[in-house]
Design a protein around this ligand. Structure first.
Ligand SMILES: Cc1cc2nc3c(=O)[nH]c(=O)nc-3n(C[C@H](O)[C@H](O)[C@H](O)COP(=O)(O)OP(=O)(O)OC[C@H]3O[C@@H](n4cnc5c(N)ncnc54)[C@H](O)[C@@H]3O)c2cc1C
Length: 384
């Protein structure tokens, strides 16, 4: 992937924004276990960061997908992973299907103000009883006149406490599980939507994660994205962007952890020399760097194919799988070389260790990625 001066400009201005608007507050937001999404998203919207790849007619910049990769990568610099995750939900997880398949009316009502930073969005797929097995979800949206009546609930919803609307996957009929679902925009202030609780997590503390219940929530049928029954397929497409975003976002986080570890171990002395001067340590840093660069190449390749309109389900799944595993390896190895300092709650490396553990679980666990790759490669039992 060839990045131009324009890409570098976006990268640089986002870096300036992160240093000015996010990093000075990161510790405070971690402690508060929430960050002011409306305030921060408005600032991001004002600078055009929430719609880099979205159509210009809805306030986006109309740039190609390579700019989404640049933004995801750069956000990985945030030392509070929760803030960067919340922004990714807004740009690459809750809005791609709306931007591509929503009606003009729906895009004017929800996409345009989301790009402007006036509305906060969330994506509602997972439920208490169905995370990995998306097809088995139980939330229903039954027709009643021109409306849907939604009942059920969603679990582990990022931005769920502060969101103004949810891109919700629900069963709109009783047919086969891959053909009975629709993506529906649910305004979160609708009667019957209950933000039941803010969940307490291992990491990603600055990101609010909610359990949501729907009790006879009435939403107009015109809030449906795309054709009825196409929701599962549209969500699988939307997952491609979510997974590429997550993988690209991991790159700079890992680079930063390796940089910080090199700096720390260079200064820190034991047995009369720098910790870094032990071959086992500097070799390990070089090994991790190599792995990160390999992942970067895979992501850029997948992004290029996605850019040219190809289905990248297989490569995006590989990127997500590798990113989740490598994040665990990098954060664990780096923390080791920080010794006792690394084990302290307030150290940045211990936060990265906690935050990054999500990558192998959220948005499809490693095993789900492996299942997708096996399915596409014809490796599942009983298939040639
Ligand atoms: C902090 C956080 C934020 C999240 N944000 C959102 C959000 O915004 N929106 C949303 O919809 N969801 C969100 N999720 C949910 C997330 O996507 C799910 O947790 C994830 O898909 C896994 O589902 P599950 O937790 O039900 O795990 P389960 O489906 O119960 O699976 C448990 C484990 O079993 C293993 N497993 C599963 N299937 C297989 C298999 N076929 N073969 C072998 N092993 C298998 C995996 O290791 C998996 O981790 C979030 C989760 C967290 C923790």
């Amino acid at each position: 992937m060839l990045f131009t001066d324009e890409h570098e400009l976006v990268r640089k201005s986002l870096r300036t924004f992160i240093d000015r608007e996010i990093e000075p507050h990161a510790d405070e937001w971690e402690e508060a276990r929430i960050f002011p999404a409306h305030d921060l998203f408005k600032k991001l919207g004002n600078e055009g960061f929430l719609g880099l790849t979205k159509p210009e007619e809805y306030g986006g910049a109309g740039l190609d997908y390579s700019y989404a990769i640049v933004m995801a990568e750069e956000l990985g610099r945030c030392t509070s992973g929760g803030v960067s995750l919340a922004i990714g939900v807004q740009t690459d997880m809750a809005t791609p299907a709306l931007a591509r398949f929503g009606s003009d009316e729906l895009k004017r009502e929800f996409l345009a103000p989301t790009i402007a930073g006036d509305l906060v969005s969330c994506i509602g797929v997972s439920e208490v009883g169905s995370g990995s097995d998306v097809a088995s979800l139980k939330t229903t949206a039954r027709k009643d006149g021109d409306d849907y009546i939604i009942n059920g609930g969603k679990m582990w919803i990022t931005n769920g406490i502060q969101a103004d609307w949810m891109c919700c996957l629900a069963n709109t009929d009783d047919g086969p599980a891959h053909k009975n679902k629709s993506l529906i925009i649910v305004p979160m202030n609708t009667k019957g939507v209950e933000r039941a609780r803010k969940l307490h997590k291992l990491g990603m503390w600055s990101s609010d994660t909610a359990q949501i219940f729907f009790d006879d929530v009435r939403v107009p049928q015109r809030h449906r994205i795309g054709p009825e029954g196409a929701g599962f397929m549209l969500q699988m497409l939307q997952f491609q962007e979510e997974r590429l975003w997550g993988a690209a976002n991991s790159l700079t986080a890992m680079d930063a952890a390796i940089d910080a570890t090199i700096a720390y171990t260079r200064d820190r002395k034991a047995f009369g020399k720098s910790i870094l001067d032990n071959q086992v340590v500097h070799f390990r840093m070089a090994e991790l760097r190599t792995e990160v660069e390999c992942l970067r190449s895979l992501i850029y390749r997948a992004a290029e194919l996605f850019l040219s309109g190809k289905d990248v389900t297989r490569l995006a799944s590989m990127c997500k799988l590798k990113a989740g595993r490598l994040l665990r390896e990098v954060s664990d190895s780096c923390l080791q070389y920080w010794g006792g300092m690394g084990y302290m709650w307030e150290s940045k490396i211990s936060r990265m260790y906690r935050d990054s553990r999500l990558a192998s679980v959220g948005g499809g666990a490693d095993e789900v990625m492996l299942s997708i790759i096996c399915k596409l490669d014809g490796l599942l039992p009983g298939r040639s």
